[in-house]
Write a protein that binds this ligand. Structure first.
Ligand code: C2E
Ligand code: CA
Ligand code: CA
Length: 433
């Protein structure tokens, strides 16, 4: 009961911790670490430090298979090993599978080392008990101007946690490094004007005949001072600042215009896939601007596919089902990106009228270990008439196996890397011969 009480009141408690919880529960019963109340109370006078949040993944399976007691035993082992990392760390069990760690005045370059040590703890546990597989995602935030604030840290780390989940398991993010200070709305707009920000295109190959069936638009930013700025940083900034709706519209319009131009010279037209951020789906003008762009450019809607990444946030978007239906009623296709990475909802295959599922690179690499698993997954997806794309195909072996398995499309360095528009023009011309 107590456990449940804490869980349901967790969000509120971030704001209302005023007194030190002096009863027996001030320590976590299983691990002897600070409990969340006590921990936050002790942090309230801190000024400069780093807050690290560790999320463990895999315990549902352990608890279900081997029992909760066994899961608790592993949690205890993990916390004992975390304690050994250093006695200058304050460690708390924030909830069942989340740990909070606070350290005063640590140098930026030492934070990464500390995070590596935490990852090592999890690796050690996995190596010492061969029947379990635990993953972890770690995020951290550092305060250097006497402005440490637990509530602020927790709120900012929520977004960082989502970012790492999007990247997969065993990923980390340092909040300070999330995007460099030179990335802001002005610098993006200047870069667009100067053609520093452009779209590259990566072909999607029909595995039956080896021909280009379509392309995916991927944003690229080459800055003369800072070099290549990763799409994750640019898109991450745009999402956090709300600018994604402006940038996303620009991407969609530019991609439609460029591919329309290419298609004008092709007998067999190619499809265009555009990545759509979950934040765009939440924009009430989203559907309207898609309609406007298609009308303005006269882009054939049946050639347009929107790639949406599945994650836990998406399930919380109100009326996501209706938005998908409306997109489909416009003749536009929907693709679920990064399937098999982090959040997997079979629901999308079963209950949504999805046109395409993109199997994440990590699943494709799994072909080496268990091709039958991938084969069955592809077959299962095919039962709902959904097209299956394999992402991140780098090896001939993967390509050949996917061909045997009956996967529909492949994308990856083995076939083509993302390329600039002029190069794509040459490649599709050659491909059409
Ligand atoms: P994504 O949509 O999953 O795109 C696939 C990523 O994998 C791309 O990284 C691509 O360059 C890379 N890739 C393709 N083939 C291979 C391969 O064989 N091996 C490996 N290792 N990687 C491969 P990129 O361009 O860095 O983009 C990263 C992510 O940024 C994208 O992941 C997407 O989520 C986001 N992104 C990129 N462009 C856009 C955009 O225009 N709009 C939005 N909303 N997001 C974008
Ligand atoms: Ca994509
Ligand atoms: Ca992907």
């Amino acid at each position: 009961m107590k456990q449940k009480f804490y869980k349901s009141n967790r969000i509120k408690k971030y704001n209302i911790i005023k007194e030190l919880d002096t009863n027996i529960n001030s320590k976590d019963k299983i691990t002897g670490l600070y409990n969340i109340n006590n921990f936050f109370y002790c942090l309230k006078d801190k000024k400069n430090g780093t807050f690290i949040k560790v999320k463990l993944i895999g315990f549902n399976f352990i608890n279900l298979t081997y029992g909760v007691k066994y899961g608790d035993e592993i949690i205890k082992q993990i916390s004992n090993q975390l304690k050994e990392i250093g006695n200058n760390l304050m460690i708390s069990r924030l909830s069942g599978t989340r740990f909070g760690i606070y350290i005063e005045n640590i140098e930026s370059e030492d934070i990464k080392q500390l995070i590596d040590k935490i990852f090592e703890v999890i690796i050690n546990i996995n190596n010492s008990i061969d029947k379990i597989n635990i993953y972890s995602n770690i995020v951290s935030i550092t305060y250097k101007n006497n402005d440490f604030n637990t509530e602020d840290a927790i709120n900012k780390l929520k977004q960082s946690t989502l970012n790492t989940i999007k990247k997969g398991f065993n990923k980390y993010e340092l909040y300070n490094d999330r995007y460099e200070s030179y990335i802001d709305v002005d610098s993006i707009e200047r870069a667009i004007k100067k053609d520093e920000i452009v779209l590259y295109y990566q072909p999607k190959i029909d595995i039956k005949n080896g021909k280009i069936k379509g392309v995916e638009a991927l944003i690229r930013w080459f800055n003369k001072d800072y070099g290549y700025i990763e799409p994750d940083k640019l898109i991450g900034f745009a999402e956090d600042s709300g600018y994604i709706n402006v940038l996303g519209k620009w991407i969609l319009k530019k991609a439609c215009r460029e591919i329309k131009e290419i298609n004008n010279n092709l007998e067999e037209k190619i499809e265009l896939s555009v990545n759509i951020s979950q934040y765009q789906l939440q924009d009430k003008y989203f559907l309207k601007y898609i309609k406007d762009i298609i009308r303005e450019i006269k882009f054939e809607e049946q050639l347009l596919k929107l790639e949406v990444t599945e994650n836990e946030k998406m399930e919380s978007i109100e009326k996501i089902h209706d938005i998908f239906e409306e997109i489909k009623s416009m003749g536009i296709k929907i693709s679920i990106d990064d399937f098999g990475k982090g959040y997997n909802s079979i629901d999308y295959i079963k209950n949504y009228n999805i046109d395409e599922i993109k199997l994440d690179k990590s699943l494709i690499q799994y072909i080496n270990h268990n091709p039958l698993f991938i084969k069955n997954l592809v077959n299962m997806i095919h039962t709902t008439n959904t097209c299956v794309v394999a992402e991140g195909v780098e090896e001939e072996f993967e390509y050949k196996t996917l061909q045997k398995i009956g996967c529909d499309l492949v994308q990856g360095y083995y076939c083509y890397k993302p390329m600039e528009l002029n190069k794509l023009l040459e490649v599709v011309k050659e491909d059409a011969i």
